[in-house]
Design a protein around this ligand. Sequence first.
Ligand code: ATR
Length: 266
Amino acid sequence: MDVFGLIGNPVGHSLSPPMHEAAYEALDLDARYVTFEPQPDDLEHALAGAAALGISGLNVTIPFKQDVLEYVEADALASRIGAVNTIDFSGDVPTGHNTDAIGAVRSLREHDVPLEGADAVVVGAGGAGRAIAFGLADEGASVTICNRTASKALALSEDVPDASGGGLEDLEGAIADADLLVNATSVGMEADETPVPAGALHEDLAVMDAVYRPLETRLLREARAAGATTVDGAWMLLYQGVDALERWTGETAPVDSMNDALRSRL
Ligand code: ATR
């Protein structure tokens, strides 16, 4: 039996176990997906233990995505983003990958949102914002990053090709000419709030939210009302998992089974 899992703290409410186990069932794979919650100080031992026990792959979440870089051989994209969300233990040394970026890109592609030459606005410059900004830029989009703390957006825009950065006061102006808007902040998760003024939204825009609880955030509701194309956060969660599963197993992921398992729990 192959064992895969998620390492983070906390991981109690994760939707990854049912999503991945639905895939194993559909593919008839003898595999399990379990969650691990080590103390932050124990990360190095936890990863060495995982390798020694023959665990095949781990997803990584808060607070370990950056720290893991020290203990795995990160690929080029994960190194540029500065975060690993997927570890593959199948080789001589554990390798680190970032499927959050490709998850965002695949979510948009599946909704027929063009990225090559697009003007994209990313709100947020934390972990999610970094991955999304690199993903979009690598597909040929020009990315404007707006963040509450403008200095973080400016710093990120120096790492991302063809990007610029600013504060939330720059948001409306940037959205006016944009083709795509992505919320990569946590705003909308706790309360019915949005980081984007409704008046800035327009029908030539595709709007994706990284927040998936609730599935329809205030931003997406207001975007729909403005006639924009909307892509909810469960798609990003789905496709980061799809990419991890395909990397680990070499199989084509049963996307519909994984999507059903996810959405039935949201
Ligand atoms: P994640 O890994 O999910 O991206 P994070 O790294 O903690 O989480 O980043 C959270 C992001 O949400 C940041 O861009 C943060 O802005 P700051 O850099 O200014 O902190 C943004 N954020 C959180 N609460 C916010 C709020 N109430 N208004 C606007 N932005 C907010």
